[in-house]
Design a protein around this ligand. Structure first.
Ligand SMILES: [Mn+2]
Length: 223
């Protein structure tokens, strides 16, 4: 469905912003994985057809590097990223940094974002990282079938601070698996927060900016 999206609907756009966790797991740009290669090649084809592609790291694919970006014809974005368009400005983020009430998750996040930890991980032999990647994907698939897993939501006070720091611009993020549009009043100013939907086998979603409004567009298997 994502490949069809890249070769079809996405190409009507000027630019495509992918806000993290495009991949379930990423254990290094040097791992030769046919499943990942197919996606990288499709990104590249869209990029060569003129689509500007920007990719942010998520908590699962935080190890995406320059070699991947080059192969995909994409540019890696910092998180958060202030996007200023002629008509409006936005702040884009994966969203996990503001889920501060999940202490176990924040401890994990601090660990995997640590440059020293990342260096040690990259130094591990390729076969080991490849196995680790397959294990994480398997475990994640198993957890998804178990619907009892609840993702933490953004902490309200930290979110208000974030919106203040980013000039009360429209905030777009994902990660929480709670697609919704929220109205925040921060210092008396109305700020919108758009939470992206996650993608499943039978339905995906893209948020489309047409120069005036944001619209959620369903991406379906046969569309
Ligand atoms: Mn995530």
């Amino acid at each position: 469905m994502f490949l069809r999206f890249l070769s079809g609907r996405a190409r009507q756009a000027e630019a495509l912003y992918i806000l993290g966790d495009l991949f379930e797991v990423w254990v290094g740009d040097d791992i030769d994985d046919p499943y990942h290669n197919q996606i990288t090649a499709a990104l590249r084809a869209a990029s060569e057809a003129g689509l500007k592609i920007f990719i942010m790291h998520g908590n699962r694919d935080f190890a995406l590097g320059d070699q991947f970006a080059q192969a995909a014809g994409a540019k890696l974005l910092p998180d958060p990223y202030d996007l200023t368009l002629p008509e409006w400005s936005f702040v884009l983020s994966h969203g996990d940094a503001l889920c501060l009430d999940d202490l176990a998750y924040q401890a994990y996040r601090a660990k995997v974002r640590d440059p020293e930890w990342q260096r040690k991980m990259r130094a591990k032999p390729r076969f080991l990282r490849s196995l680790l990647g397959r294990y994480i994907r398997w475990r994640s698939g198993r957890r998804k079938r178990d619907d009892s897993y609840i993702y933490a939501d953004l902490q309200p006070a930290a979110t208000d601070d974030f919106l203040r720091d980013h000039g009360y611009t429209t905030f777009i993020h994902g990660h929480t698996h709670r697609a919704a549009t929220h109205d925040h009043i921060v210092d008396g100013i109305h700020v919108e927060r758009w939470v992206l939907a996650d993608w499943h086998e039978d339905r995906g979603e893209a948020l489309v900016w047409d120069g005036e409004t944001l619209n959620r567009e369903a991406i379906l298997p046969e569309s």
